[in-house]
Design a binder for this molecule. Sequence first.
Ligand code: ZN
Length: 501
Amino acid sequence: MDNKFQELQVRLSEIHDLNSAAAVLGWDQATYMPPGGAPARGRQMATLGRIAQEKFIDPAIGRLLDDLRSYEESLPDDHDDAALIRVARREYERATKIPPALIGEFSEHQAMAYDAWTRARPANDFASVRPLLEKTLDFSRQLADCFPGYEHIADPLIDFADYGMKAASVRVLFAELREELVPIVRAITEQPVADDSCLKQHYPEDKQLAFGQDIIKKFGYDFNRGRQDKTHHPFMTSFSLGDVRITTRVKENDLGEALFSTTHEAGHALYEQGIDMKFEGSLLAAGTSAGVHESQSRTWENLVSRSRPFWEHFYPDLQATFPEQLGKVELDSFYRAINKVQKSLIRTDADEVTYNLHVMIRFDLELQMLEGTLAVKDLPEAWHARYQSDLGLTAPSDVDGCLQDVHWYGGWIGGSFQGYTIGNILSALFFSHAEKAHPEIKAEIAKGEFGTLHNWLRTNVYRSGNKFTAPELIERVTGGPLRIEPYINYLRAKYGELYQL
Ligand code: ZN
């Protein structure tokens, strides 16, 4: 049995190497590659992806997994080997159910749809991408149909990002959240909008970058096992547990942009850097779901670096870094500015209170398109109608409407948005348990110390990587299922104080 298990490990680690090499090419493409490299780079990444896929769906892997079933069953559920076999089987079964032709046709189509979107968006030309989006919807339905027996057609797509969640369970969760959230949003937005002009002055790029890097070093982000570069869209990418990189975007006329994208991506990276080194090169050396990943970016971005204790410590440093801009701005005004709440049209600019409403709109529209109750041709109108009813706003065009997010134009329709809100909910749930175990966490943050929080997260959430599914992990850490109360309590406490609610 030992030999078979070793053979499985060797095969999986070769596939991991191919995928990691493709990720390096992708990182290079987004950071330093000259434009002339684009055509070959697309092909190179596709080649690596195809070889990795072929190696993974090799029937020899299926035979190994069959042969290892008795070994797996002889082990306790939480044994590392059992977890690896279980995850490998889940992904193998998933991969082998999808015909390679569907993947091939879709990736060709996806490249075209993405390219068309990059031109349609600035031109406010939904009509030009509509036929492509209709095809994407068709592909997405075909993908779902590779997994017959689902309750809702979106379930297989949700499974890819947030394994263990279903359309029905997300709907229940979102309905509960909406009921609590809407009155909070209403109460806040009845008041004057916070003044954030102090953030919109000129802030030199080099000082912004240095300040952000200094903060994430204190969080525990290890620059010996990572680095930060600039990209158009910030992201985190991992090539191995010893090389977890982040990117940021700097705006010299907006202090919040680089600062909070840096702490956000550092949160994703702390998760990956915190995975137990014994999982290096295996399927377990990854975050367990989109929602759990996002919970960690949100923890470090919002719960930590948009909190009052954090700035009680760091604001004098920030003022010393930017004396002309912030020397005369009180801590209180700065704190209000970075936590400004305003109903808006653009998801990526939304504050932490209204953000979830943007996600819910997209989640519902995705489901309706997959169900066939919303035709792609009616998407722009449906989008505007939802923004009117949920946020009381009408976008002047589709640029600020259904053309704003890349997700449907660069991927499948279904499963791509729920992880953001699951992450918000989960960030507060985990944080509340960390504080229960260590009530001194906030006092430490007010001293610029993050060791206790980081250690708790590493021990309880990060270390196990992809060993447990998200529902299993949440159960193990919190003793129950995902629930919204800690998140609502967090929002009520923070914004209740800010807006005297
Ligand atoms: Zn994120």
